[in-house]
Design a protein around this ligand. Structure first.
Ligand code: SAH
Length: 211
């Protein structure tokens, strides 16, 4: 199609918009300039892969909009040597971005189909520092704890799951949307303090096995 942008051009334009909207962490911007977001979404919505909006990924779930992925990882403030835990793998996109900003990522997804798809794409892209687990992420990954950063990408009802706070390193940071029926605020726990960062809407964090 004449005039159509390549995926690389669309990514570069997305990164410019992220920077214009206040994302400053160079590692996050570099990671988002590298990860091919179109590989993480179904073919029928791939044309919108770089638009600033969430997209459906199957199993009634969504890949978060690029800005919220960038913001959540920026406010996590994890170092390149750090270990991260993500709850809610979904497409695997945020895990791919995070894996370029720290040493290792363990990510947990309750839907086996989504977890498997994410595993395949992450392996195809050579992200060998990411481990995708299938299960209820509210229990975290105690065998790999403590983590320098924990990011939850589904909304916890009323409070952050206690097991996740227990698996945070003493100087670590946890970022989790907390609210009611999918709308609430993005909460950050750091150095024993809790802050509300901004109002957000997320799919709910669900306990138990998928129906
Ligand atoms: N980070 C994802 C977006 C995730 S949407 C991405 O980049 O695509 C939130 C995901 O959390 C959904 O896939 C949903 O199935 C998952 N989820 C909800 N409750 C969960 C739980 N208790 N444990 C693990 N995953 C959960």
């Amino acid at each position: 199609m004449p005039g159509a942008m390549s995926a690389a051009e669309e990514r570069a334009a997305m990164v410019e918009r992220l920077a214009a909207r206040g994302i400053t962490d160079e590692r996050v911007l570099a990671a988002m300039a590298e990860v091919p977001r179109e590989r993480f979404v179904p073919a029928d919505v791939a044309a919108d892969a770089y638009a600033d909006m969430p997209l459906p990924i199957g199993s009634d779930q969504t890949i978060s909009a690029p800005w919220i992925v960038a913001f959540s990882i920026e406010v996590l403030g994890i170092g390149l040597a750090g270990t991260a835990l993500e709850i809610g793998t979904g497409s695997g996109y945020a895990a791919a971005v995070l894996s370029r900003c720290c040493r290792t990522v363990v990510t947990v997804e309750r839907h086996p189909g989504l977890a498997e798809r994410a595993r395949v794409v992450l392996a195809e892209l050579g992200r060998d520092n990411v481990e995708v687990r299938t299960g209820d992420g509210t229990a975290g990954a105690p065998d790999c704890a403590p983590f320098d950063g924990i990011v939850v990408t589904a909304m916890a009802e009323d409070d952050v799951p206690a097991a996740l706070l227990e698996q945070l390193a003493p100087d670590g940071t946890l970022v989790c949307p907390v609210g009611h029926k999918g709308s609430g605020s993005l909460v950050r726990h750091r150095a024993g303090r809790r802050e509300d960062l901004l109002d957000v809407a997320f799919v709910p964090l669900v306990t138990g096995n998928p129906d």
